[in-house]
Write a protein that binds this ligand. Sequence first.
Ligand code: MG
Length: 422
Amino acid sequence: MPSNNPIEDRRAEAQCLMTTGMLFGTFDGHGGAACAEVVSRRLFTYIAASLLPLEMLRDLEQELNKGEDVKLLQWFNLSDNEEDSLSPELRKLYRQSFTKFVLQLIHRRSTKAEFQMRDNLAEVFEYLDRDLWAEVEQAEAVSKMGTPDLLHQTLAVAMSGAVACVAHIDDVHLHLALTGDCSAVIGMKSESNAWVAKELLKVHSYDNEDEVARVVREHPKNESETVLQQERLLGQLAPLRAFGDFRYKWPLSMQKRLLLPLFGHQVLPPNYYTPPYLTARPEVIHHRLLPRDKFLVIASDGLWEQLPPSRVVQLVGEYMHGRQTLEPFRVPATGRHQRSFTLGDISKILARRKEGIHHKPIDSNAATHLLRSTLGGTEYGIDHAVLSQMLSVPEDVVRLVRDDITITIVFFDTNYLRHCPV
Ligand code: MG
């Protein structure tokens, strides 16, 4: 659901073709969609390659060197044509980076025996981010020979940023990798049969104390007052981890050489002394799926700022059962100058709730149902007047009411999980 025009959120879903897992991701761009677009198209390919055994990596490298296309993923959200929509020179640059990455994997795999999925995912995120950086420098070199287009394209990626939440699910093993303030939650049935939101990761924003402490710790004491201001990194950036955003990562010399001539002095963040201030390194967790785990919701902050995780899980849970129940009734708060609620008012609300409870979800898609409830949910179920009002907020003010919203819901097969040996 867009709010920005054009939307800055991206999503991706794919099946790994050479290994058994599936990948799901939400990417939330800022300062434009360029970085989110590129990361959402490239990150899964990097991850899929990183999971290959050494022999297959060697084959992959050979085929890449022969100029052949190697299909590591079956995308669910892209057609093959869409994958090819990049400009030829950019595609060539990305291919060179990817080939180097595969070589690096071969080197690693042959020198380091132990494979740890958590470390691996973290390293892949960082590696792709470093490639985005290196590609600007490569494009810079080419631009001196008279092709400035490539530099502009790589800079558009480097000057914007993207946060990402990615799930890799292979049999009963769920890995979640998070950089920034997208988030994911598992919908779980408790022993008393109530819906419970299992939050596995904390977002990287000012609300996360550990994250604030990390950022302060990574810079000298005399910067502790300036590194975070107004709840933002250097007073500017809300997420405390992200892909791209190299004006918070590059050394001063690179900023001066590349960015100042193009964008002027305002491009440099204030109090920029000891970069990097920002990292793409994700936090990664492993969770073994249990029969009580029913679904996973991955979404951009646009959803989470409208609804708490507990409500999200309840709504999807109810959707699963094809019915709608309501939150416990509370008398709505009244302002100082409004009259208080009478028993008659309450009786009317309860009557509407009773009526609403018989309305089954009308959406065939769970994410659509969640979105409809997010935008049009009221005390007595979904109110279509509220919903249509939310959907018709004028373009110039819509960003004040809501952010881009991206929701992916993955349902787990309880029967399968029940029969899996622990
Ligand atoms: Mg957002």
